[in-house]
Design a binder for this molecule. Structure first.
Ligand code: TYD
Ligand code: MG
Length: 488
């Protein structure tokens, strides 16, 4: 009998190789190849697809049935899922170890059980005692969640298959998929073949029995779901649970959702009694500055962002300090480094504000990650404020995209941003001009808006002259004034 040849599977991308190498040829990851035994002889030389049935073809028109939903009652979670759990679906909840995935899902199970649905929590990482301790700490001991500690997929399937249609759980949590193993695969739990094999069986079970299967996946240092991205396209929904260690805020973010929108976020606050929903994230991310609270400081500007469908106000903080380095530092937390470089370049070339001799640090307060270009104007305001050591105008927020020629461009969801700001007590907004064709003068009550056409119109707010218009002729920098005058 022919000997089964081992293969070496990259734990990052799933590519299989015949020989071990230090670096995966297909994704370039180092030290990621692990020896695995193929489960079945690989079919070779398949020429004919075999005999099939003719498919019934349909058109795009006709009624579309929205999936039935099961609300857990944790509204931050339900919203991120697109309106609740969908029966017969597979969800992956990924995040760093220790971020709070187990706590979140135990709470979700308890909430669902409280609403009369069956919920089963299978842990391959913790003993029942530990789970009970967590449940009593979070006050969930009486919730009626069924617990099991198991790492064998066969046992889990047998347990669920044994339940009748009336007792089959609505939600099954597998914590974590990396600890599970499928019999018949020789590789260790957590390897690509095991994770893929276990997920395949669980997804098939979910579809067959109408269960919402929620799999926990730990993320590796590189930010990928260990064992690996293969899971992301197998499941219906991928949620990331994230947050800065040291911050008590946790954000649940949908990055893929076959049953709802992505980009939606749910915000939670950690406590010793578990995760609490944060219904008004703006108040949280604003932190100290808020509207007109304590004495204003320089180097901060409030940005009115949109996360998913919700407006969220966050404070953007900047520090500008003279540098002795040949290449001054640009350090960013919560925003895009390339975007910061662009805003700095536009301030230099279009506004005559040169930061080239300065280290620049930029941070989004509260541990949120902002990805919208609409934050450009707030970033610029924070930078100018830090550079001139002048606080931004009181109770004022900023949003707008900045173009390379220094123009301030309109962004979407203008009214939603303004309404949220007014609700939180802001009195002024520095914004882009209205999109042409929209009725003029429509504002939000209690909020003055100042429309900027070009970035250099920002400077007078911080006691600087409007230095330059966008250059019409001459090389960039020809009319630049010395930066000493700007008082940095
Ligand atoms: P845990 O849910 O075990 O994280 P994960 O499953 O992602 O690895 O949480 C990690 C630790 O933090 C655990 O000791 C419990 C603690 N914790 C709280 O005390 N309060 C909370 O609100 C959360 C989310 C966690
Ligand atoms: Mg855990």
């Amino acid at each position: 009998m022919a000997r089964v040849q081992p293969r070496y599977v990259c734990q990052e991308c799933g590519a299989a190789h015949r020989k071990w190498t230090g670096r995966c040829d297909s994704c370039g990851a180092w030290n990621a190849l692990v020896e695995e035994m193929p489960s079945a002889p690989v079919a070779t030389g398949v020429r004919s697809p075999g005999k099939g049935h003719r498919l019934a073809l349909e058109g795009l028109e006709g009624p579309a049935k929205a999936p039935e939903r099961r609300l857990s009652g944790i509204s931050e979670l339900d919203r991120v899922l697109g309106g609740g759990l969908v029966p017969a679906s597979a969800v992956l909840v990924a995040g760093d170890p220790g971020i709070g995935k187990s706590t979140l899902l135990l709470q979700a199970c308890a909430a669902l059980a409280n609403r009369g649905f069956g919920a089963l929590y299978v842990s391959g990482e913790e003993a029942t005692d530990q789970l009970r301790m967590r449940a009593s700490r979070t006050g969930l001991s009486n919730a009626g969640v069924k617990l099991a500690t198991a790492t064998s997929i066969a046992d889990i399937v047998a347990t669920i298959e044994a339940s009748s249609a009336a007792t089959v759980p609505a939600m099954v949590v597998i914590d974590s998929i990396q600890t599970m193993h499928v019999d018949g695969l020789e590789s260790a739990p957590g390897t690509v073949s095991q994770v893929r094999g276990a997920a395949q069986v669980l997804i098939a079970l979910a579809k067959k029995r109408g269960i919402a299967v929620v799999m926990v996946g730990h993320v590796t240092k590189e930010g990928q779901i260990a064992g690996p991205r293969v899971l992301e396209h197998m499941v219906d929904t991928v949620l990331y649970f994230e947050g800065e260690r040291g911050h008590q805020f946790r954000i649940l973010r949908a990055v893929k959702n076959r049953f709802g929108p992505t980009d939606e976020i749910g915000v939670f606050e950690m406590s010793d009694r578990g995760l609490a929903e944060v219904k008004n994230p703006s108040a949280m991310f604003l932190g100290r500055s808020g509207s007109g609270s304590e004495s204003p400081v320089s180097g901060a500007a409030v940005f009115a962002g949109i996360e998913g469908t919700r407006p969220v106000l966050v404070e953007i903080q900047a520090l500008v300090a003279p540098s002795t380095l040949a290449a001054p530092r640009r350090a960013v937390v919560g925003w895009d480094t390339a975007r910061l470089a662009m805003v700095i370049a536009v301030l230099d070339a279009r506004c005559g504000l040169t930061l080239s001799g300065h280290d620049v640090y930029l941070s989004v307060a509260g541990g949120l990650r902002v990805s919208e270009p609409a934050a450009d104007l707030a970033v610029a305001a924070a930078l100018v404020s830090a550079f001139t050591d002048t606080p931004a105008p009181d109770a004022t927020l900023f949003f707008g995209e900045v173009g390379l020629s220094g123009e301030v461009r309109p962004v979407g969801s203008r009214d939603a941003r303004l309404r949220e700001a007014a609700k939180l007590g802001f009195t002024a907004a520095i914004v882009p001009p209205e999109t042409s064709g929209r009725p003029k003068g429509r504002g939000v009550q209690g909020l003055r808006t100042l429309e900027l056409r070009a970035l250099n119109e920002l400077l007078p707010l911080f006691g600087l002259d409007v230095r330059r218009r966008a250059p019409r002729r001459g090389p960039p920098g020809a009319q630049r004034r010395p930066t000493e005058e700007t008082g940095g």
